[in-house]
Each structure stands twice: as structure tokens, then as C-alpha cells.
Design a binder for this molecule. Structure first.
Ligand SMILES: Cc1cc2nc3c(=O)[nH]c(=O)nc-3n(C[C@H](O)[C@H](O)[C@H](O)COP(=O)(O)OP(=O)(O)OC[C@H]3O[C@@H](n4cnc5c(N)ncnc54)[C@H](O)[C@@H]3O)c2cc1C
Length: 351
């Protein structure tokens, strides 16, 4: 028996996915969201439902959520089972999990149906498209919005895990302006363009930025490498890898222990922040060969200023297709675009 095709299936549950769901639901498309599975593998790689923002504490740059006491807003906006967030709420601003629960609730309020599972396999060869979840559920859809995001690469040190949100960060733009990093020495790991960008950005706040690089030359483009050399606050520590992030529970990160790739000697640096800039991995493993990906395995947007992909009827939003801006608000913005693109595509097809 053929299954009835959904109009829109949204895969992913970060700001892009929920914004797409809010717009699609309000356009009467009755979206179905696969928000991801709660599995140990997803926990370990940082791809649990609600996305990357749910992994962080303060979010100071999402418009509409200034610092302040949101307790009453949370109490009236969220169902009782999510009121535990109110206890966690800090008046400093909105937290990542709060923001994500509110987005999910807003999508559900408009009738979005939600399945807590991963999509493991897709078939985009013919209409309607077919999707199979990790649990084996088969779904057919006329239109698909991919919003599976990306994950920051870490060094996989135990000490790095211990100080996440307490001095360890993978996003300078997100966290650089926090008080704990101001006028303090900071460390950036990496040697590519984005490492220079992160170091340069952090130098606005830090007293000094050490860039740790395992080679004797940056991988960054010439112009970016020159920017690092010209910035008096940036010191490049050549030929070193990170052995350990140093710190304690009260203060978080207090420094790093480095190891020379030349003679294996170790040295320590004092720093209150440890920023990773060694790339991101888009969550596209299940999309290999199904549609066009970029060299770095991001979904390729094929029309300028639109969210179209190489498959007609499949749209992409957020970090899964964007390796440049990588912010919650840009992900939400492209989620809105994808829902509008999907709605117009369905209307044009008479579906
Ligand atoms: C620690 C940290 C702090 C940050 N702080 C800020 C900040 O302060 N301000 C800011 O603007 N940005 C911040 N960012 C960046 C921001 O979180 C991301 O840009 C944003 O979350 C991207 O949203 P997205 O919707 O594209 O996807 P994501 O947030 O990456 O979410 C996608 C989710 O989809 C789900 N998924 C993945 N694969 C599948 C699948 N096969 N099937 C079903 N579901 C799947 C997973 O649950 C995944 O987590 C931070 C990022 C990190 C890591």
C-alpha cells in the first residue's frame, strides 16, 4: 500500500528547522519535523535534538532576547514539563536551551508534528521523495527541507570536554565578548583562514591571542596570514600541539599545556579562553550521492539568494549549507527562506 505523501518534511531541529516549521505551518503545509534521535552517538558528537545552540549557555546576540529576567515569559510560554528551564534561567540573558525550547514550542503551537528520530536514508530519485528514519519508519514527501546543521570539530581531549562553556569555545563571534574573555590572554587552535579570522576577532577583546599551529607555516591564504602577522596582539606559536587544557571547576580554563612537534618538549601558557578553529563537519553523511555537496560536504545552494539544491523540491537551510556565517539568526533566516521557497514550489506544481 502506498503511503500518503506529506507536503513538507523538515529534517533537523536547530534554528533553521524550527523557523522553517513555523513558516510552513502558518502557510497550512502541515509540516512534519524529524528532530533527530536521542542516541549515545548523537550525544557524543553533539548532534542531539535542538541543535548546536542547545549546547551553550548565554546567547547574547539573538535579536529580541536582551539580557533580563525572562522567567515569567518562560513560565507562560512553555508547558509544565519544560519549566525546569526556569530554574536554570540566569538574568544575564537567554540561554541556548531556553531559546531552542521556545522555538520548538512556537512551531508546535502552529500544528507542526514532530518525530524524535534521525533520517537515516533518503531517496530523491523520483516524486514523491522517500525518507527512512533510524527506527525504520518510511515517509513520503513532495518537498523536503534539509536543516541538519553542522558540528564544530574538537581535539577530543578530556580536559577540553570538561571546560566546555567554561572557557572552551568553538565560536569566537558567539562567545568572544563574554566578560571572562575580556582583557585576558586567549588561545586559538588552528592555522587556516577561519583560525586567523577567529584570532583577529578575539583580539578586539583580549589582551593577547596565541595562535597554536602544529606546523611552521599557516595554511591560511596569504592575505589572511598577513593579517595575523600584522596584528600586534596575535602571537603565533609555531610547531606546537595542545597536550591539555588546564583549569579548575571554579575558574574554568586557566591555560594550556603545549607540546613541541620538533623536540617533544612541553610548555604552559596562561589563558582564560581556549578557542577551537579546526573546522566544522556538516551533518550530511546520509546525503552522500543523493544531491550535490560542496568539496567540504556542505549541501550546495544552486541558485543565488535562494535555498534551492541540485534536486528540485529539496531545499536546504542553516549551517548544513552555510560554512561562512554559522549563526543562529542566519540559520533562522534561511529557514524562513526555505519554507517560502518550498511553499512557492509546491504552489507552482499544484501540489
Ligand atoms: C557551543 C556553541 C555556541 C554557540 N553560540 C552561538 C551564539 O551565542 N549565537 C549564535 O548566533 N550562534 C551560536 N552558535 C552557532 C549556532 O548554534 C548555529 O549557527 C546554529 O545552531 C545552526 O543552526 P541550524 O538550524 O543550521 O542547525 P543545528 O543547530 O546544527 O541543528 C541541527 C540539528 O538537526 C538534527 N539532525 C542532524 N542530522 C539529522 C538527521 N539525519 N535527521 C534528523 N535530525 C538531524 C540534530 O539534532 C542537529 O543538532 C553556537 C554554536 C556552538 C556549537
Amino acid at each position: 500500500m502506498d503511503i500518503v505523501a506529506e507536503q513538507v518534511v523538515i529534517v533537523g531541529s536547530g534554528p533553521a528547522g524550527w523557523t522553517a516549521a513555523i513558516y510552513a505551518a502558518r502557510a497550512n503545509l502541515q509540516p512534519l519535523v524529524f528532530e533527530g534521535a536521542v542516541t549515545e552517538e548523537n550525544r557524543l558528537q553533539g548532534t542531539m535534538p535542538l541543535g548546536q545552540l542547545a549546547l551553550t549557555t548565554e546567547v547574547e546576540n539573538y535579536p529580541g532576547f536582551p539580557a533580563g529576567d525572562l522567567s515569567e515569559f518562560l513560565r507562560t510560554s512553555l508547558p509544565a514539563e519544560e519549566h525546569w528551564l526556569i530554574d536554570l534561567h540566569q538574568k544575564a540573558g537567554c540561554s541556548g536551551p531556553e531559546l531552542m525550547h521556545l522555538m520548538r514550542r512556537q512551531a508546535a503551537n502552529f500544528g507542526t508534528r514532530i518525530v524524535t528520530d534521525d533520517i537515516a536514508e533518503v531517496d530523491f530519485d523520483s516524486q514523491p521523495f522517500k525518507l527512512r528514519s533510524l527506527g525504520g519508519e518510511e515517509t513520503a514527501a513532495h518537498c523536503v527541507i534539509l536543516a541538519t546543521g553542522a558540528r564544530a570539530n574538537y581535539l577530543s581531549l578530556e580536559s577540553e570536554e570538561r571546560f566546555k562553556n567554561n572557557g572552551v569555545s568553538a565560536c569566537a563571534v558567539c562567545d568572544g565578548a563574554l566578560p571572562r574573555f575580556r582583557d585576558q590572554p586567549l588561545v586559538v587552535v588552528g592555522g587556516g583562514d577561519s583560525a586567523v579570522e577567529e584570532a583577529d576577532y578575539l583580539s578586539k577583546f583580549a589582551s593577547k591571542v596565541y595562535m597554536i599551529h602544529r606546523r611552521d607555516q599557516l595554511r591560511a591564504s596569504k592575505i589572511m596570514a598577513q593579517r595575523a602577522h600584522d596584528n600586534p596582539k596575535i602571537e603565533i606559536v609555531w610547531n606546537h600541539t595542545v597536550d591539555e587544557v588546564l583549569g579548575n571547576d571554579a575558574d574554568g580554563v586557566t591555560g594550556v599545556r603545549l607540546r613541541s612537534t620538533v623536540d617533544n618538549s612541553t610548555r604552559e601558557l596562561v589563558a582564560t579562553g581556549f578557542f577551537l578553529a579546526i573546522g566544522h563537519t556538516p551533518n550530511t553523511a546520509f546525503l552522500d550521492d543523493k544531491l550535490e555537496l560542496t568539496e567540504k560536504k556542505y549541501v550546495k545552494w544552486t541558485v543565488p539568494f535562494r535555498t534551492n539544491t541540485s534536486v528540485e523540491g529539496v531545499f536546504a537551510a542553516g549551517d548544513v549549507a552555510d560554512d561562512y556565517y554559522r549563526q543562529a539568526v542566519t540559520a533562522a533566516g534561511s529557514g524562513c527562506m526555505a519554507a517560502l521557497d518550498a511553499e512557492r514550489w509546491l504552489a507552482a506544481k499544484g501540489l
